[in-house]
Design a protein around this ligand. Structure first.
Ligand SMILES: Cc1cc2nc3c(=O)[nH]c(=O)nc-3n(C[C@H](O)[C@H](O)[C@H](O)COP(=O)(O)OP(=O)(O)OC[C@H]3O[C@@H](n4cnc5c(N)ncnc54)[C@H](O)[C@@H]3O)c2cc1C
Length: 370
């Protein structure tokens, strides 16, 4: 089975196109090879147009997503991808409001975020469609060494955009580049999707992509890059507060950890009554160093809280296997940037541009998860 996209001569009226026209055009394109059609399962003809809705929302109550607010050429697999991202964006926000976690003003960020992406999409598609139809570099095409249009180069450039990996959201009530210390994680761009790299799960040495620790379940995540807690200074971040001025950064990170879980802290403040401590905001710790030289007990218990169906810590005990099957272990909140037994080393701190002695904290939105 094959799928053909066939560009018809300029001025063709889509409604007047017949299947025989498409088959004849295909035969023409493939000449001198011969093409026979045993069957045509589906076909359609439409005019390519780059169109953008004037408004993505009416009174913050009615919202447009996907093709309803942006249409373009079907040539780079971007339509469904961008449409799904629109849908996910508005979806988690509506869910959050319905669960009583926030007010309807959150919905304004949908328009702030997605309307600009749609504009970028349409502008990009104009260039892309022109390159696809062009015969040479002068007409906007990219040529390879043999003087042919180099679509592989164009496709590679398009891939990251299509996957939503180049999107940077502007500041709003849920994105704060201006208040962030970007230099503490040089490759973790505020407003962009949280990229994933391999880390080692601390409790069982399992090598895995960090994004797997962030399932798409509507929760916010605070990822603490706590550094190398074998080092004296770094361990103070997690265990003992020191107020020496040169260790201010460590103290601040430590204090944040303590504050997060305290009675008046951020997590308790937003926690629905009677729910697990990690049910709205989950804290994930990514350490740096050698897993075997760090003891679980060195990591304060607030970072591996009692939670889950059986309200247990899930420590290694005779019921360990059973608990693996029946509950989401709290020990799964701690990871380390270390060599794994069989899966190599992810070098996560390098990847994110985080200095192991300084550490940093990243706040991950619900739509940045797996
Ligand atoms: C030929 C072609 C190939 C494509 N190839 C790709 C590709 O490879 N990769 C990619 O990412 N994208 C591709 N696209 C684009 C992609 O299909 C669209 O961007 C995507 O489907 C848009 O999703 P949507 O949910 O916004 O709209 P749609 O998928 O169009 O969904 C809208 C739905 O609403 C229904 N509807 C309409 N009016 C009403 C009504 N009044 N009441 C109830 N229901 C209604 C429609 O029947 C439809 O089911 C392609 C598009 C075309 C035309």
């Amino acid at each position: 089975m094959n799928r053909f996209y066939i560009e018809l001569p300029h001025g063709t009226v889509a409604k007047k196109v017949k299947l025989e026209d498409l088959q004849a055009a295909t035969r023409q394109i493939f000449r001198p090879y011969q093409v026979d059609f045993a069957d045509t399962f589906w076909w359609s003809a439409y005019s390519i147009g780059q169109r953008l809705a004037d408004h993505f929302s009416k009174a913050n109550r009615v919202f447009l997503t996907g093709d309803a607010c942006h249409t373009h050429s079907p040539k780079a697999g971007q339509g469904m991808n961008v449409s799904l991202q629109d849908g996910y964006n508005i979806g988690w926000k509506i869910a959050s409001i319905l669960k009583g976690q926030t007010g309807p003003e959150l919905l304004k960020t949908y328009v702030i975020e997605r309307q600009r992406i749609a504009e970028i999409l349409i502008n990009w598609d104009k260039v892309w469609a022109k390159q696809m139809a062009s015969m040479g570099k002068d007409a906007g095409g990219v040529l390879d060494a043999d003087g042919n249009i180099d679509f592989s180069e164009i496709f590679v450039k398009a891939e990251a955009f299509t996957a939503g990996l180049t999107v940077i959201y502007d500041d709003s009530s849920i994105t704060r580049a201006k208040g962030s210390s970007q230099q503490l994680a040089t490759n973790l761009i505020v407003g962009m999707r949280f990229p994933s790299i391999q880390v080692v799960r601390f409790c069982d040495a399992f090598p895995m992509q960090l994004v797997r620790a962030l399932p798409s379940d509507g929760r916010w995540r605070i990822v603490i890059f706590a550094g190398d807690i074998r080092q004296d200074a770094a361990s103070r971040k997690l265990n003992q507060v020191s107020y020496a001025s040169d260790q201010l950064a460590y103290v601040l990170i430590y204090q944040l950890g303590e504050y997060l879980f305290s009675d008046g802290g951020l997590i308790q403040k937003h926690l629905p009554p009677g729910s697990d401590i990690d049910s709205f905001i989950e804290v994930i710790v990514v350490l740096f160093g050698e897993r075997l030289k760090i003891d679980q007990e060195q990591i304060p218990q607030c970072f591996w809280p009692v939670t889950g169906k059986w309200q247990m810590r899930g420590r290694a005990n005779p019921d360990y296997l059973l608990s693996l099957l029946t509950t989401r272990l709290d020990l799964h909140k701690i990871y380390i940037d270390d060599e794994s037994y069989h899966g190599g080393h992810g070098h996560a701190y390098d990847f994110y541009g985080v200095h192991p002695e300084k550490g940093t904290i990243a706040i991950i939105r619900p739509d940045n998860c797996k």
